[in-house]
Design a protein around this ligand. Structure first.
Ligand code: FPP
Length: 262
């Protein structure tokens, strides 16, 4: 590698033009995390700062999601997971929830095009039955139509909460026990992982949360056990490729020991 990844973080505007070259170096050395998960926070504050309704922050946030999918695909990230709507988000005002539902409707169609253009496979995690039938249909069709794509897997967490995911998984596992498909002493960590919505998806290597908040908010609690956590102050609608590269640069400086003494 020609330069240390850490050098990315303090670069001035002019120097950032060489980022893609440095990223190629990173990719050659296998330093691009395979799975990046993002808690996209700060849409409401972004809108408030501009005197706009909160939903405008989500509209802007969607554009950034779209761009980040393309950036992640180009960088060679294998899995990108975003927290789009939590089990707790239903508590927001009717107007805001409805605006988010309209955005899902609109983006389900747009994403189909973007996903196919970028060889991206789309997968949703979370409990989809609570959504309107047309949204469920759009989600299913997005997954089915992109299932054969072999590039980035874009995972969207909708009506997702980690505790709810565990509750649903445990319920299914107990049923399988009752029906004799597994016995309690056969339950390993891998068994539990296989009952989660993220079965067959590797755990995130890097979690990014924007907007200066430093908590997990019921997101992938099982899967993030050994992930590197990266918090930045930028509000989600202001998130750029340079911010993503900064996070990857920081990830490269961390030493991942998975509990080992090193
Ligand atoms: C957090 O900001 C953001 C959300 C709860 C929703 C995020 C959703 C999107 C960006 C749309 C995603 C769409 C697709 C198609 C994947 P906040 O509203 O909590 O902001 P605040 O903390 O500043 O109030």
């Amino acid at each position: 590698m020609s330069e240390s990844a850490g050098a990315f973080t303090n670069r001035g505007q002019e120097e950032t033009t060489c980022l893609p070259v440095c990223l190629e170096d990173l990719m050659e050395d296998g330093k691009i995390p395979a799975h990046v998960a993002i808690i996209m926070d700060g849409n409401g504050r972004w809108a408030r700062k501009r005197g706009l309704p909160r939903k405008m922050g989500h509209v802007e946030g969607c554009k950034v999601v779209e761009r980040t999918v393309e950036d992640a695909a180009r960088l060679g990230i294998r899995y990108l997971t975003v927290y789009a709507f939590s089990t707790e988000n239903w508590k927001r005002s009717e107007d805001e929830v409805e605006a988010l539902m309209q955005l899902f409707r609109y983006y389900a169609k747009r994403l189909l095009k973007i996903a196919n253009e970028n060889n991206v496979r789309v997968k949703m995690i979370g409990e989809r039955s609570r959504f309107a039938p047309d949204i469920i249909k759009a989600i299913n069709s997005l997954e089915d139509t992109t299932a054969g794509n072999t590039g980035l897997t874009f995972v969207i967490a909708v009506n997702y909460g980690s505790r709810d995911e565990l509750r649903r998984g445990v319920t299914r596992m107990l049923r399988d026990c009752e029906e004799g498909h597994i016995t309690p002493d056969q339950v390993t960590e891998e068994t539990i992982a296989s009952y989660l919505d993220t079965a067959k998806i590797p755990d995130p290597d890097l979690l990014i949360r924007t907007s200066g908040e430093e908590r997990l908010s019921n997101f992938m609690l099982w899967q993030l056990a050994y992930s590197e956590l990266y918090f930045c102050d930028v509000l989600w609608p202001d998130f750029t490729k340079e911010e993503l590269v900064k996070a990857i640069g920081e990830y490269n400086r961390r030493e991942r020991r998975f509990g080992d003494a090193g």
